[in-house]
Write a protein that binds this ligand. Structure first.
Ligand code: AMP
Length: 282
């Protein structure tokens, strides 16, 4: 496995694979890797000849009061984990390498589906994601790019601009990897105190309870209220609890497949999760 820190080095490392028309798979990450990331790499390994993983903590997707400076950076450990799952090339550029010294005057803004859920609390976040992912796509030029359903809205945003801008690759969504107690794996779980880590699985439990309620006839608004109450009782500060169609359109009843979304803070740590609930007409 090679690690490249410059665009030139990346291009040079990729050129034999491109010349041989190999299938290139790409997994963008911010590092501090866990099994969720590694499952994206395993998925890429199955479908592709050459697997590239980027590790880049992208400053322009963090708000002024967010955790950019403190975001965990663990490159050596990440490299070891990636070597073990068969990654071919790690691309770990500096901020300067990615953004250069000239001002950036171009933005990529996806309308409508970025207005609410995480977009409401994190203005500019998805623009920052869209810009960095597009830059990385142009650098790697993969055939397939792999993203987690854990960041469901992000996946929808990426699918949208890939389609809108005719970016020539296929986006693959990979299911959420969870800890044994159901907590969705996240680099931010490392911020949790032992007490908060014990409470954190309540998010997934409340989503599962709501899914059961919906399939046994409870009204959507009641199921969402139960999630809110459960989280508040457990000590979370709820940011949002919402239901959307799989394409992120608003829904007011459970008469089609829905995705339940939660964002909630426990202490200072903001956690997100989601669960798709299938509708079967009886
Ligand atoms: P991040 O490093 O947090 O930017 O995440 C990089 C990629 O890994 C994104 O596509 C995430 O959706 C995905 N990812 C993070 N955590 C998980 C998880 N628990 N299950 C599946 N994918 C994940």
């Amino acid at each position: 496995m090679k690690t490249e820190t410059t665009i030139q080095g990346l291009t040079a490392s990729l050129s034999p694979a491109k010349a041989a028309r190999k299938i290139i798979g790409f997994v963008p990450t911010m590092g501090n890797l866990h099994e969720g990331h590694l499952n994206l790499v395993r998925e890429a390994r199955k479908l592709c000849d050459v697997v590239v993983v980027s590790i880049f903590v992208n400053p322009i997707q963090f708000g002024p009061n967010e955790d950019f400076d403190n975001y965990p950076r663990t490159l050596e450990r990440d490299q070891q984990l990636l070597a073990d799952v068969g990654c071919d090339i790690v691309f770990a550029p500096t901020v300067e390498q990615m953004y250069g010294n000239q001002p950036r005057l171009t933005n990529i803004s996806v309308n409508n589906i970025t207005d609410d859920l995480c977009g409401a609390q994190r203005p500019g976040h998805f623009d920052g994601v869209a810009v960095v992912v597009t830059k990385l796509f142009n650098m790697v030029q993969p055939n397939f790019a792999f993203f987690g359903q854990k960041d469901y809205q992000q996946l929808a945003v990426i699918r949208q601009f890939v389609r809108d801008l005719n970016i020539p690759l296929e986006v693959i969504g990979v299911p959420i990897t969870r800890a044994a107690d159901g907590l969705a794996l996240s680099s931010r779980n490392g911020y949790l105190s032992p007490e908060h880590r014990e409470i954190a699985p309540v998010i997934y439990q409340s989503l599962q309870t709501a899914a059961q309620q919906l399939t046994s006839g409870t009204a959507l608004s009641d199921a969402l209220n139960t999630i809110r109450a459960t989280l508040t009782d457990a000590g979370f500060v709820v940011d949002y609890v919402e239901a959307r169609s799989p394409e992120l359109q608003k829904v007011d009843s459970f008469n089609q497949d829905v995705v339940l979304f939660v964002a909630a803070k426990i202490g200072k740590t903001r956690l997100i999760d989601n669960l798709q609930v299938k509708f079967t007409a009886s």
